[in-house]
Design a protein around this ligand. Structure first.
Ligand code: ADP
Length: 489
């Protein structure tokens, strides 16, 4: 198989690299193995790409190590910043192509994919701005000593990303790592290997991009003895494995951005029209494939029936279908496996005694499409109210009062995000303070900014991505004490 192929999407025709990008070169990998990637709208093969083996991870780590100890050290922070800014410009120039690749390989609506690319560019530019503003402190310890800290890069970073926002997750990971002066081996998800940016004008070895499977390439990254840090976004199950592998190997630093079962709470005094729109966007955006999806809708009992009736109407209007059509809101789920998992949860909900108020079935006969599904009469102990479904399925539960809402909202093992809808400022602040979640939206949902941190409480993760907080994951603090006087002892 060659190292690139021409791909036609309904919007663009482009040349797709198929190799592993190691040391600024596309290569076929040590074993020359390949795997197929499918179009989830049609279930047809798009192309095959090369698969990274353990040996390829090793080669990429060596390249990243060499760059880190050598050429990359000589690049000034401002130059690093400029490189990220150039990358951001390139994403913006290539927005049509990149969004089309996402629509083809992931199935997301092309209009939404464009928002992803714009945010990816924004994120890279934001971290480009940080690159020459990472500073330590001078600390007054005593008159004989000059004490100061340096915020040094951690070193070689392994980054493992998921399929739900392929290029956006790439930018979230690459931005802070490069800004802080690290080198990177990034592994794309096996379902969506096509959009990751590969070509590079950075020194060889600084960014290495590999496609491959979690249990092979992913496991090789998390247990590698010469990777200093691993950053992972994906399921809680795999997050645990990565933490274990890090502990068993070289105690590499670990950050994890994992699953969620986020509550979206609507109080009786909320602006109902707005709350309905946000609840709809909260769960059905990206076909429910968001770690922070508002998958539990908690509605105050006094407005419950009216609210649910109108929410159903709103959800039924979401246009399902071909991601390349401009008015499509919901495309297919990413894979047969995800489709099957979601359908299994839907069946479980039916068997547990929840009511299917909307949807609950496959949409069409081709592709992994699932109808927007609304379950009502859901009690907090049900499986569909406790476990992450990662699909277009929302569980609606009634609550009595504020204390009841907080108790139900906090009653899962997760703590990624939450939202409160109310016009009462005191209620909004009191409840958001009481919620065990890394992000709380008041009167909105899914509004993530690359300037503000994102991450989970409880089993939803370790550490924070985005904002200045992410830089802490990619730097380590060195304290230097410079003694000015004579020997003391
Ligand atoms: P999902 O179940 O939604 O596909 P995963 O957590 O399995 O989510 O996948 C997210 C990322 O983690 C992907 O890049 C995948 O290849 C990778 N991955 C899966 N299993 C492992 C593993 N055992 N070790 C390291 N990475 C893994």
């Amino acid at each position: 198989m060659s190292l690139s192929t021409t791909i036609k999407t309904p919007n663009v025709t482009y040349e797709q690299p198929l190799g592993l990008f190691i040391n600024n070169e596309f290569v076929k990998g040590a074993e020359g193995k390949t795997f197929e990637t499918l179009n989830p709208s049609t279930e047809q093969v798009i192309t095959s790409v090369y698969e990274a083996s353990e040996k390829d991870v090793d080669t990429a780590v060596k390249a990243a190590r060499e760059a880190f100890e050598g050429s990359w050290k000589k690049v000034t922070p401002s130059e690093r910043g400029r490189m990220l800014t150039k990358l951001a410009d390139l994403f913006e120039r290539e927005i049509e192509t990149l969004a089309s690749i996402e629509a083809l390989d992931n199935g997301k609506a092309v209009t939404m994919a464009k928002v992803d690319i714009a945010n990816a560019a924004g994120c890279l530019r934001y971290y480009g701005g940080w690159a020459d503003k990472i500073t330590g402190q001078t600390i007054d310890t005593n008159s004989e000593t000059l004490s100061y800290t340096r915020h040094e890069p951690v070193g070689v970073c392994g980054q493992i990303i998921p399929w739900n926002f392929p290029i956006l997750m790439w930018a979230w990971k690459i931005g802070p790592a490069i800004a802080a002066g690290n080198t990177v081996i990034i592994k794309t998800a096996e379902q969506t290997p096509l959009s990751a940016y590969c070509g590079s004008w950075l020194p060889p070895g600084v960014i290495n991009v590999i496609s491959g499977f979690g249990r092979v390439a992913g496991a090789a990254i998390s247990s590698h003895m010469d990777i200093d840090k691993v950053a992972f976004t994906g399921s809680t199950l795999v997050g645990r494995m990565i933490l274990q592998a890090a502990a068993k190997s070289n105690l590499k630093k670990v950050t994890l951005e994992l699953g969620g079962k986020s509550p979206n709470i609507v109080f009786e005094d909320a602006d109902i029209d707005n709350a309905i729109s946000w609840a709809n966007f909260g769960i059905f955006f990206n076909h429910g494939q968001c770690c922070c999806a508002g998958s539990r809708l908690l509605v105050q009992e006094s407005i419950h029936d009216k609210f649910v009736a109108r929410f159903k109407e709103r959800a039924a209007q979401n246009k399902l279908g071909n991601p390349f059509e401009g008015d499509t809101f919901q495309g297919p789920q990413v894979s047969q496996l995800q489709f099957d998992r979601i359908m299994e949860y839907i069946n479980h909900g039916k068997n547990e005694g929840a009511t299917v108020a909307l949807g609950g079935e496959r949409h069409g006969t081709e592709g992994y499409f699932i109808q927007p599904t609304v379950f009502t009469d859901v009690t907090p102990d049900m499986k569909i109210a406790q476990e992450e479904i990662f699909g277009p399925v929302i569980a609606v539960t009634k609550f009595k009062d504020e204390a009841d809402a907080i108790r139900i909202a906090n009653g899962t093992n997760y703590g990624l995000a939450a939202a409160v809808h109310t016009k009462n400022v005191n209620t909004a602040i009191r409840v958001s303070n009481a919620l065990k979640a890394g992000t709380v939206w008041i009167n909105s949902y899914n509004m993530i900014s690359y300037q503000a941190p994102f991450g989970g409480f409880k089993e939803s993760g370790l550490g924070r991505e985005l904002g200045s907080y992410a830089l802490e994951n990619y730097t380590q603090v060195k304290t230097v004490h410079y003694h000015l006087g004579d020997a003391l002892f």
